[in-house]
Write a protein that binds this ligand. Structure first.
Ligand code: PMP
Length: 369
């Protein structure tokens, strides 16, 4: 606490990202990064920006395109929407922050709605923008009941698949929420960060639902978390709202390297179909092995599994895995304190993770014999 801080700074409760260890080599399954490298075409695009012009890096002298034209065109082509239905930003976290600022207001008596177990940045953005919110409990099996969101609200947001559970909602249920909230003139934001791994995008429905905004990232399925690129798809008026917020902060949120690499990545669907299939196969194999070990494994459409040991508490299993050089994510929160979120790694990393689980669970059984 500092006397230099204003009231907003004093009362914020910032998001705490997963650990990025620097002290030792871990098998890092804690921040849902992709274990495979980005498309070679994305890396080539970065090299082309650096080596362009009369002298190397000539264009880095200049500001990037504030409209992100090439990138937005690549997104529009990929999602079969128009250029003015696309917004690009510095990671989907930034896009989400702008969306909270643009569409969810502090001056309505109605709170926005999101699940009690969901991406923990949502309450942080609500706090930053002074947006009242209400959390809706997910069911016992962590699924979302869409009917809970058919009530007057300041707006609705959730990820599909949900995080950290991996649970998926079918498009028809999402669109019922969109239809209800459209009648109230409220925005529904569907955060599709993990959709490539097992959920159907509802981005194709934006023409029919002018209140629907889907938010996407290149950090997960496109293996570009280090580049920081995210985007939103929605009707032109929503996109213009996001631009108004962005242009009141910073006109150049996506740098030249990021714009070029992200556009190239979005065009290389063949490469990413391959890596995504590998992640899905490793997820299904790990889910089946963990199930046989007696773990509770929540069905996942994402690049992670949400699991509970039959014998160990969440913090204990987290610590035992960490001792063995494996980093996963534990959330010290009601309802999920005994669960761990495990990002899907390479086959070799998953073998090491599963071997550690077998060893830990075996040792636990022997103690009770
Ligand atoms: N949405 C969800 C549900 C996430 O889990 C994450 C990753 N932490 C993000 C958005 C943000 O991803 P990024 O800012 O890297 O695009």
């Amino acid at each position: 606490m500092s006397n230099y801080w204003n009231t907003r700074t004093k009362t914020l409760s910032p998001y705490v990202p997963g650990e990025q260890p620097r002290d030792r080599q871990f098998i890092k399954l804690n921040t849902n990064e992709n274990p495979y490298p980005p498309s070679p075409k994305a890396l080539e695009a970065i090299r082309a920006v650096i080596s362009d012009g009369i002298s190397a890096g000539a264009s880095l002298r200049l500001y990037p395109d504030p409209e992100c034209r090439e990138l937005r065109e690549a997104i529009a082509a990929r999602y079969k929407v128009t250029y003015d239905q696309v917004f690009a930003g510095n990671g989907s976290d930034e896009v989400l922050a702008f969306a909270f600022g643009a569409f969810f207001s502090s001056d309505t008596a109605l709170p926005i709605l999101f699940p009690d177990i969901t991406y923990s940045f949502y309450p942080v953005y609500a706090g930053l923008w002074d947006v009242p919110f209400r959390t809706i409990p997910v069911k016992e099996d962590f699924s979302i009941d869409y009917k809970d969101y058919l009530i007057p609200a300041g707006g609705v947001i959730f990820p599909n698949p949900n995080a950290p559970t991996g649970r998926v909602l079918p498009p028809d249920e999402i669109l019922r929420i969109a239809a209800y909230q459209e009648k109230q003139k409220r925005v529904l934001i569907v955060d599709e960060a993990y959709a490539a791994f097992g959920a159907r995008s509802v981005a194709g429905a934006i023409e029919e639902y002018p209140n629907l905004l889907t938010v996407h990232t290149l950090s997960k399925s496109a293996s570009l978390a280090g580049l920081r690129v995210g985007f939103a798809i929605g009707n032109g008026a929503l996109i213009e709202g996001l631009c108004r917020i962005r242009d009141s902060f910073n006109s150049y949120t996506v740098d030249r390297l990021a714009q070029a690499a992200a556009a190239a990545a979005l065009r290389d669907t063949a490469y990413y179909d391959g890596t995504t299939q590998k992640v899905i196969a490793a997820r299904e194999l790990a889910a089946s092995v963990l199930g046989k070990l007696g773990f509770t494994v929540i069905p996942s459409g994402a690049n992670f599994l949400f699991i509970r040991s039959p014998k160990k508490s969440g913090p204990d299993l987290f610590a035992l895995l960490r001792e063995r050089g494996i980093l996963v994510r534990h959330f010290n929160k009601p309802r999920i304190a005994d669960f761990l979120r495990v990002s899907i790694g390479t086959d070799k990393e998953m073998d090491a993770f599963l071997a550690a689980c077998i060893e830990i669970e075996d040792a636990a059984s022997r103690r009770f014999q």
